[in-house]
Design a protein around this ligand. Structure first.
Ligand SMILES: *Cc1c(COP(=O)(O)O)cnc(C)c1O
Length: 256
């Protein structure tokens, strides 16, 4: 079941171009090239960096074209949107990753289909997720979100709480902590952005000493993924560099 370009609406074409598959394929190739160059600058193996395409606001019929361009995993910020798209696209082998803040009353929707959760930032939430996973007889890869930019508006644990949090997570064995996640300061001034990445890396060392499964850093977005890689990122969450500018402002996802 593929969709033809003549099924694209005028607004689809305005946003994604007349042949989105070609556009996405080119954008992806460029992002991979930038990942490789960033790795080369610091002597890293590109195999240690994974690209998680962030597909929020990209509608299901366009995601079919993204699939044709090679997309196999989708990062979504909002659970309802992710759930709707996963159902619409159930015929495709896509993995769904939830990267945004989750309310405890929505946990049951996530555990049904998500492959990973990147925004774990409270014990209350960990407990709720663990409980659901028990009922569903499954486990879930999680990333602990840390507020490295010290902005009140951002979600995430305070950096000083990470060690204690990692210890407490032992009580929830169905959660499989993989690493730490952060949104860096939003700024064009990379001298202010890099310290956020450096802080997350340092916290990962601390977390790893307490739980040796915590090896990954989920950090870097369209505007800063190359710097994130230079500072050690293992998963970069990239949306707009692949799918073009979003119609919704970032304030829809986090207070900026
Ligand atoms: C939207 C989003 C991204 C990607 O942002 P882009 O600017 O589109 O690359 C990364 N992480 C999270 C948590 C997001 O919500």
């Amino acid at each position: 079941m593929t969709i033809q370009s003549n099924q694209l609406s005028a607004s689809d074409i305005e946003r994604f171009g007349s042949d989105p598959t070609v556009t996405f394929r080119q954008n992806l190739a460029f992002v991979y090239e930038r990942i490789e160059r960033a790795c080369a600058r610091v002597g890293r193996d590109p195999g240690t960096v994974q690209l998680l395409p962030i597909t929020k606001t990209v509608p299901p019929h366009i995601l079919r074209l993204a699939f044709a361009a090679g997309i196999r995993s989708c990062g979504e910020n909002k659970i309802q949107e992710a759930q709707y798209k996963a159902a619409e696209l159930a015929d495709l082998p896509l993995a769904w990753h939830i990267v945004g803040h989750l309310q405890t009353n929505k946990v049951k929707y996530m555990t049904r289909f998500a492959s990973s959760f990147h925004a774990l930032d409270s014990i209350r939430l960990a407990e709720a997720i663990n409980k659901r996973l028990e009922q569903e007889q499954r486990t879930l890869d999680v990333f602990i979100q840390v507020n490295t930019s010290n902005e009140e508006s951002k979600f995430g644990l305070e950096p000083s709480k990470v060690g204690e949090f990692v210890e407490e997570l032992r009580k929830y064995p169905r959660l499989k902590p993989q690493g730490l996640m952060s949104l860096a300061l939003f700024s064009d001034d990379m001298t202010k952005v890099r310290p956020c990445f450096q802080m997350l890396k340092q916290l990962r060392e601390e977390a790893f000493r307490l739980n040796e499964n915590i090896t990954k850093l989920s950090m870097g977005m369209s505007g800063d993924f190359e710097e994130a890689i230079e500072e050690g990122a293992n998963i970069v969450r990239v949306g707009q560099a692949i799918f073009g500018k979003r119609p919704t402002p970032d304030s829809h996802y986090w207070a900026t």
